[in-house]
Design a protein around this ligand. Structure first.
Ligand code: PMM
Length: 290
């Protein structure tokens, strides 16, 4: 099934959908903000996620929740770099979640092996050249603009078709900019300039995104669309921290649809979900008749 999932040059290969645990070193991230807002606590959290089964740990210092304003560069560096350094030194496979080339560059120097840019290189013109020069894998997410006003850009006639076309354009641009295509991961950017209906359509049709020929990262964890699904559109949605079972359900779906990795805040249930998906894949392959 690795043909379905694809391989990312420069990273370990897992025999199932990989689990990326999230450490947001921010005071305001919508789902876990504030809890890991100092280096020691963030490192401890990252090690805990790895112990629970995270294959990679994604460290970010800037909240991208809808309406969020930007953090300044020095502050982002101060939050992220020591956490990347300490986790890498402990043998954790670290990715850095940043839209800034300077942060990506210093994080790679501190041990990060993957750059996860929610803007797909659009926010900072220096990002693609930095990633190309560093020779590290790069996550290109579907993005239509900064969080402050992204909800106004959630307008589509055919969300899957448009996300596919816009991702293809970014993929071509980053490859033209010198990033090896074998190192590019694509991501539909659930919740970024998308409403719940858009997010669900994308989850339903993940397989079509695999048509871009690159491994797929899916990051549904605790997002608004899950809150809306759980509230049934009535009453207030459950708080972010009560959306982990729903997140694990999406992880199982994504793994079955051939996602290369899922990015989650709570690792344990998703680590189980991707293993169940692998076992089902195995049964499918051997054509077990029971
Ligand atoms: N979402 C968030 C942050 N980073 N990275 C990728 N590749 N894809 C995403 O969808 C994504 C991301 C926002 O969620 P958080 O604040 O809960 O981490």
């Amino acid at each position: 099934m690795s043909t379905l999932r694809g391989r990312v040059a420069g990273l370990p290969e897992w025999d199932r959908c990989a689990v990326m645990g999230v450490v947001n070193v921010t005071p305001d991230s919508f789902s876990d903000g504030g809890r890991w807002f100092d280096t020691a606590a963030a490192v401890k959290r990252g090690l805990g996620l790895a112990a629970e089964g995270a294959d990679l740990v994604d460290v970010g210092g800037e909240s991208t929740r809808p309406g969020a304003s930007r953090v300044d560069e020095d502050e982002e560096l101060r939050r992220v770099i020591p956490v990347v350094r300490d986790l890498s030194a402990e043998g954790v496979v670290v990715s850095v979640d940043t839209m800034r080339a300077s942060v990506a560059e210093q994080a790679v120097a501190a041990g990060a092996v993957l750059v996860n840019d929610v803007s797909g290189g659009l926010a900072d013109p220096a990002m693609v050249p930095v990633v190309a020069a560093a020779g590290v894998p790069f996550v290109v997410m579907h993005w239509r603009g900064f969080s402050a006003d992204m909800n106004s850009r959630a307008v589509y006639r055919d969300v899957v078709g448009e996300v596919l076309a816009e991702l293809r354009e970014r993929l071509d641009a980053v490859v033209a900019g010198g990033v090896a295509s074998e190192r590019v991961v694509i991501d539909p950017g659930l919740g970024f300039a998308k409403n719940a209906e858009h997010d669900l359509a994308l989850v339903a049709r993940l397989r079509e995104l695999r048509g871009l020929g690159r491994p797929l990262l899916v990051a549904a964890s605790r997002k608004r669309f899950l809150g809306q699904v759980l509230s049934g559109g009535e009453g207030s949605p459950p708080p972010a921290r009560e959306r982990d079972a729903a997140t694990a359900a999406v992880s199982a779906i994504a793994a079955r649809e051939g996602a290369w990795a899922v990015r989650v805040h709570e690792v344990r249930a998703t680590a189980d979900a991707v293993r169940v998906a692998r076992a089902v894949e195995g049964a499918e392959r051997t054509g077990a008749t029971g």
